[in-house]
Design a protein around this ligand. Structure first.
Ligand SMILES: [Zn+2]
Length: 403
């Protein structure tokens, strides 16, 4: 016996009475690993099963929680968290979830109709997600003007508060009336009509008037295979998204110390200033390196073999600074420079050619003890330690290897 789908007749009813025809424990594979589950069949139900891009309703049957609802041929399988006796039972649906689905789903009908009628972009699929819903459009890439035009046109229909009705008829009858998506199923079909805008075969749950959609907000357009995926929100989801967007905007405005409306220009200015500051810093690095090199050379003295080994541990310097400092130090005859940064783990070993050691070989020897990556030439080698905390020990080790 097929299950009578009460939501076909009235998608605004939220409680009902039914007969439990059967209740069977579900096997491990069916229950999805969330504890014990039972499958229940009723003679009629208000609970919508996942189908046609719209997720299932949740609700209660007696004391049992309905955790999933699925189509099972022409019957509807209710998956519940406790067994139910056969016989009469009261049921209800979780109304906020149902109403949210109706807002997104009815909004989708309207949006798809506008894209098709005004811009020739046909909806090839629809997905109603937990947070964001999508339609996939086939055709050329919708421009920013088309996206804005579609959103404005759809919202204008919402403001007109047009009537939405359920109609029944054959595929031929609907085809004559200009149905948006032709189907060739035999028998009587169910279709949803938005007065003067759209006629679309659908078995889902919908609102009574376009005003109940509230508002449609387009959130993005990306290419998915050959189609264009439009992300959109309707109704209550627009309100939450706008609230969280505004909180984020206010946070940024407070950080930038400007009004929310001035965030874009303030951010552009800040980025320009940052770029200029970065350029100035880069131009100062060689000069700073020259000055520090002069001081390090003055404070150092050559070893008995004539080599001047300068080892210096640095902390959080600009990545290029090690190179500038090493270059400046190695202008001195028979100089060897060993530099390491404790924050990044960066290492530079360099020598003036007259020192006649092998910096690349030295780096490899250090990495044998303290893992890291890098390479170079006989006179200049650079790399980074896997563990920056090893920088002091690695520097000491490199010094001892040069004894
Ligand atoms: Zn629908």
């Amino acid at each position: 016996m097929s299950t009578r789908r009460l939501y076909y007749d009235d998608s605004f009813q939220d409680n009902f009475t039914a007969q439990v025809l059967g209740c069977e424990p579900l096997s491990e594979g069916d229950e999805g690993g969330f504890g014990e589950r039972w499958g229940v069949f009723l003679d009629q139900t208000l609970l919508y099963p996942t189908s046609g891009g719209q997720p299932n309703d949740l609700g209660k049957l007696g004391n049992a929680n309905v955790v999933d609802v699925r189509d099972s041929d022409d019957r509807i399988l209710h998956i519940v968290d406790r067994p139910l006796p056969t016989g009469r039972i009261e049921g209800c649906i979780h109304w906020p979830r149902r109403f949210d689905h109706m807002q997104q789903h009815t909004g989708q009908h309207l949006l798809s109709a506008v894209f098709q009628e005004r811009f020739g972009l046909v909806t090839v699929s629809f997905h109603l997600g937990e947070t964001v819903s999508t339609i996939d459009l086939r055709g050329p890439q919708p421009s920013a003007q088309i996206l804005e035009g579609a959103a404005r046109a759809a919202n204008a229909v919402i403001f007109e508060d047009r009537e939405i009705t359920v109609r029944y008829g054959t595929a031929e009858e609907f085809a004559e009336q200009g149905v948006r998506k032709q189907v060739d199923r035999p028998g009587i079909l169910r279709a949803i009509e938005i007065a003067g805008i759209d006629l679309q075969p659908c078995g889902g749950t919908h609102l009574r008037r376009t005003g109940q959609i509230g508002l449609i907000l387009l959130r993005g357009c990306t290419k998915v295979r050959q189609d264009w995926r439009i992300e959109f929100l309707c109704g209550g989801r627009v309100e939450s998204a706008t609230r969280s967007d505004f909180a984020a905007l206010n946070h940024v405005a407070a950080q930038l110390k400007c009004a929310p409306a001035e965030v874009a220009s303030s951010l552009d200015r800040l980025l320009r200033e940052r770029e200029a500051a970065s350029k100035r810093l880069k131009s100062l690095l060689p000069k700073l390196a020259e000055a520090e090199a002069a001081k390090l050379l003055a404070d150092s003295s050559p070893r008995a073999d004539g080599l001047r080994v300068i080892a210096k541990l640095l902390e959080s310097v600009e990545p290029d600074y090690l190179q500038h400092l090493a270059t400046a130090l190695c202008r001195s005859e028979k100089a060897i420079t060993l530099l390491a940064d404790t924050e990044s783990g960066a290492i530079v070993f360099a020598q003036s050619p007259t020192a006649a050691k092998d910096m690349n070989a030295l780096l490899k020897q250090v990495f044998a003890q303290f893992p890291g990556k890098g390479s170079g030439t006989k006179d200049f080698a650079r790399g980074a330690l896997a563990g920056p905390a090893n920088a002091p020990a690695a520097l000491e080790h490199s010094k001892s290897l040069l004894q």
